[in-house]
Structure formats: structure tokens, C-alpha cells
Design a protein around this ligand. Structure first.
Ligand code: GAR
Length: 225
């Protein structure tokens, strides 16, 4: 069974989805360790409640960034972690950490990458006036939210959306695609070639499905084709 380590900075609803999926037998994996860099992070309480190993690793207790990364790396390696899941981790990992887990670190990001990497993504999406946003699970490389994309979900922006309403609509999709991505990796169902992540059984959505926002009302004539 795939041994997972989770790193999270916040309330931990994405981590909770993984915990639930494993506890309910929907996801074949084990959570070996949950790390947080923030003492007040809700994810630590969740870990405690579910009897999972958890540890606080605070960056300001290390002289260099590399030492902070190194401590997390050693903790995860020490527990035999095979897949590191960044579930709301608000920092960028250094090169030594990434090299220690090649193609074995994934991140959930609340936008349709490569649009809106980094922080404050809902604010940026609303300000930009995009009609769709969404969420992405991707492998982590040395860039900021740049690694190969595993799965994305699309949600429409509504005219009266605030950052909070958009975040909530996207979070519901995050909770669907993160366990799915972990499950695909756990079952060895994906191949990665360069930036292309593909399902081995070639599963994909129907190629002729499209969404428009706002809806397109004009009908298409035969002459348009
Ligand atoms: C999620 O929306 C996740 O996509 C985002 O932080 C939130 C964590 O929520 N991650 C990032 O912005 C990473 N740059 P959670 O603590 O409830 O899982």
C-alpha cells in the first residue's frame, strides 16, 4: 500500500478528504505522517483526532531554508513515505527536497494552472474577469506551481462571486480531485512523459464536450462547419 506523507499549513480540509477516503476504504493507501509548519493549523487537530502521526516543523527554528526542508525530508524518509502530498502548504520546497522524491510530490492548487499560480488566486481570477476557474493537482517541480498536471476540475465564475464564494465552490472540487489523483498514483495507473501525464487505460472525458459561460444562445447553422 502506498505510504503517504502530508504537508499542510492550514485548516486541513483536503487532508481530511484523504483521511476519510482511506478510513472508508475508498483509497488504498496509508498516512504515515502529517507535517505542519504552523502551530495553529487545524490539520494538526485533525491528525490527532484520527490517531495519525503528526509533527510541527517551524521554519523559524532553522537557520536556513535548506535545514527546514531537510528536517521535513528526514521525517518523511524515516517513515518510509513514498508520496508527499502538499495539501495547502503555503511555501515552496527547495531543490534538495524535490530531488529526494522524484515525481513523488503532488500539490493541490486552487486555480486552473498555468493561470494564477502563487497566492491570492481567487482575487486574481475575479479581478481578471475570467469566466472559469477551478483547481489542479500537479506534480511538484522546482518552479512555482509549474509541474506536470495530473487532473483539473473547472468551475464557472458567477457575476456576484466574492473570493469566499468562489473559494468554496472550488474547494468542493479540490476534495474530489485530490483523492482521485492519489488513487491514480497508488494504483500505478498513470505514466509521466515530460509534461504529459496520461492514464494507462487512456481514460479521458469525451472529446466533444465543451462548456461556455455565459451560455451560448445562438444556434449553429450547418454552413458554419
Ligand atoms: C486549498 O484551497 C488549497 O488548494 C490551497 O490552500 C487551501 C488549503 O485548504 N493551496 C494553495 O493555495 C497552495 N498554494 P485546506 O487547508 O482546507 O485543505
Amino acid at each position: 500500500m502506498l505510504k503517504i506523507g502530508i504537508i499542510a499549513s492550514g485548516r486541513g480540509t483536503n487532508a481530511q478528504c484523504l483521511i476519510n477516503a482511506i478510513e472508508e476504504g475508498r483509497l488504498s493507501a496509508t498516512i504515515e505522517l502529517i507535517i505542519s509548519d504552523r502551530p495553529e493549523a487545524g490539520v494538526l487537530e485533525r491528525a490527532k483526532k484520527h490517531g495519525l502521526e503528526h509533527v510541527l516543523v517551524r521554519e523559524n527554528e532553522y537557520v536556513t531554508r535548506a535545514e527546514f526542508d531537510g528536517e521535513m525530508m528526514n521525517l518523511l524518509k524515516g517513515r518510509g513515505v513514498e508520496l508527499v502530498v502538499l495539501a495547502g502548504f503555503m511555501r515552496v520546497l527547495g531543490p534538495a527536497f524535490i530531488e529526494a522524491f522524484p515525481e513523488r510530490i503532488i500539490n493541490i492548487h486552487p486555480a486552473l494552472l498555468p493561470s494564477f499560480p502563487g497566492l491570492n488566486v481567487h482575487k486574481k481570477a475575479i479581478k481578471h474577469g475570467v469566466k472559469f476557474s477551478g483547481c489542479t493537482v500537479h506534480f511538484v517541480d522546482s518552479g512555482l506551481d509549474t509541474g506536470p498536471i495530473i487532473i483539473q476540475a473547472v468551475v464557472p465564475l458567477l457575476d456576484d462571486d466574492t473570493e469566499d464564494t468562489l473559494a468554496a465552490r472550488i474547494l468542493r472540487e479540490e476534495h474530489r480531485i485530490l483523492p482521485e489523483a492519489v488513487s491514480l498514483i497508488a494504483s500505478g495507473s498513470i505514466t509521466v512523459t515530460g509534461r504529459q501525464v496520461r492514464l494507462k487505460n487512456n481514460a479521458s472525458i469525451e472529446g466533444n464536450q465543451a462548456m461556455e459561460n455565459p451560455p451560448v444562445s445562438l444556434t449553429v447553422s450547418e454552413n458554419d462547419r
